[in-house]
Design a protein. Structure first.
Length: 85
């Protein structure tokens, strides 16, 4: 394995430390896994990367909207159940 010096901002490092802890892995392994994931995406140009990021963002927005709708439905259902007692 080769050694590399990386300069991360404090927030990046903390997020990687937290994720490594959650996964039961070392910080170094988490960085290697993140790099492997990044390198596995078949992107050849900056435009392709931007397009992929936009598509991911739109997908995340749709998922969040659906989750919000589900939470509202569950809240309404629970409120009705409590009121009917």
């Amino acid at each position: 394995m080769a050694t590399a010096l990386l300069h991360l901002d404090a927030k990046q490092k903390q997020r990687l430390v937290n994720r490594a802890r959650l996964r039961g892995k070392s910080f170094s392994q988490e960085v290697r896994d993140a790099l492997d994931l990044y390198l596995a995406v078949p992107i050849e140009t900056e435009e392709e990367l931007s397009s992929l990021a936009r598509a991911a963002s739109l997908s995340a927005d749709r998922t969040i909207r659906k989750l919000d709708e589900t939470i509202e439905y569950v809240d309404r259902t629970l409120k009705k159940a409590r009121n009917s007692r």
